[in-house]
Design a protein around this ligand. Structure first.
Ligand code: URA
Length: 264
C-alpha cells in the first residue's frame, strides 16, 4: 500500500469511528447515506492524468490537502483583530472582549456579546450572567480555567441589545478562527443569539437546545443563556433543561455526571 492510499484508509477509518461515536452519543441528523458511504465505500484510487502522473502533482496535491492546516494561535488572531473598527460597535465600546480560558479547552462556551461589566473589564461573563455561568461550570465539576469562554460579538451592543446581523457578520470570521484554534471537543452556545448565529438559523432556542448540532465538524450543544436562568429565578424548568443539556455534554466528553436531585 503506498503512502497516498494508506493516508486515505486512515482518514476513512477515523471518519467512520467519529460518526459512530457521534451516533452512539445521541447526535441526530447524521445522514444515513453518509454512514453507509463512509463505512462501505472506503478510499477510491484517485484518477490522474498522464501529465499529473509524470509531474507527481496528484500525490503532492493530496499530501497538501491531507496535511493539517497550520495551527493558528489565539494570540495571532487577537493581533490580527487589532483595534477593531470593522463594525459600528467599535465606536462605542470601552474594551474589546476577545475571550478567556484554556487555549486547548475540551469545552468552549459561546455567549451573545459583552454587557457593561464585560465592556469595563475586557473579559467575558464577569457580571451577573457570568456568576450564573460560573455556577453551571462548577456544577459540572469543572473550573472556569479549564474551559474557554467567548462571545459572538466582541464589543458591547448599546443598551445590551442583541447584536445586529452586520455586527455578527463582521465578527464571525474571528470567532470561527478562535474556535478552530482551540478545536474543542464540544461547543456550548448560550442562548438564542449564539445558537442562531453559529448555526445560521432562525429556529428558536427552545427547539434547538437538548441535542447536538454540527459546527464546522465540531459538536455544538445549544442551551438557554445564563441571563434567562437569572430572569426565571435560577431554578425551575429552565435550570433543569440546562442541566440536562450539560449532562449530555459531560457524557459526550466521557466525564463523570454529578448527581443533582430535583426538588419535588
Ligand atoms: N452575556 C453574554 O452573552 N456574554 C457576556 O460576556 C456577558 C453577558
Amino acid at each position: 500500500m503506498n503512502r497516498h492510499s494508506s493516508t486515505q484508509t486512515h482518514l476513512y477509518a477515523s471518519l467512520t469511528a467519529y460518526l459512530q461515536d457521534l451516533q452512539e452519543s445521541g447526535v441526530d441528523g447524521i445522514p444515513t447515506e453518509m454512514m453507509a458511504v463512509v463505512a462501505s465505500a472506503g478510499p477510491q484510487p484517485a484518477a490522474s492524468t498522464e501529465q499529473e502522473r509524470t509531474s507527481g502533482m496528484t500525490d503532492q496535491m493530496n499530501d497538501q490537502m491531507n496535511e493539517p492546516q497550520q495551527h493558528e494561535t489565539l494570540e495571532q488572531i487577537r493581533k490580527d483583530l487589532g483595534p477593531c473598527q470593522r463594525c459600528k460597535l467599535g465606536a462605542t465600546r470601552k474594551n474589546l472582549v476577545f475571550g478567556v480560558g484554556n487555549p486547548h479547552a475540551r469545552l468552549v462556551f459561546v455567549g451573545e456579546g459583552p454587557g457593561a461589566d464585560e465592556d469595563a473589564q475586557g473579559e467575558p461573563f464577569v457580571g451577573d450572567a457570568g456568576k450564573m455561568l460560573n455556577r453551571i461550570i462548577a456544577a459540572m465539576e469543572l473550573k472556569r480555567e479549564d474551559v474557554y469562554i467567548c462571545n459572538v460579538v466582541k464589543c458591547r451592543p448599546p443598551q445590551n441589545r442583541p447584536p445586529e446581523s452586520d455586527e455578527v457578520t463582521a465578527c464571525s470570521p474571528f470567532l470561527l478562527r478562535q474556535l478552530q484554534s482551540v478545536k474543542p471537543e464540544v461547543i456550548v452556545a448560550l442562548g438564542t443569539s449564539a445558537a442562531q448565529a453559529l448555526l445560521q438559523t432562525k429556529v428558536p432556542i427552545s427547539k434547538l437546545r437538548g441535542k447536538f448540532h454540527d459546527f464546522h465538524g465540531m459538536p455544538l450543544m445549544p442551551t438557554y443563556h445564563p441571563s434567562y436562568l437569572l430572569r426565571s429565578g435560577g431554578s425551575g424548568d429552565s435550570f433543569w433543561s440546562v442541566w440536562d443539556d450539560m449532562t449530555q455534554v459531560l457524557q459526550f466528553l466521557k466525564l463523570p455526571v454529578p448527581e443533582k436531585s430535583r426538588k419535588k
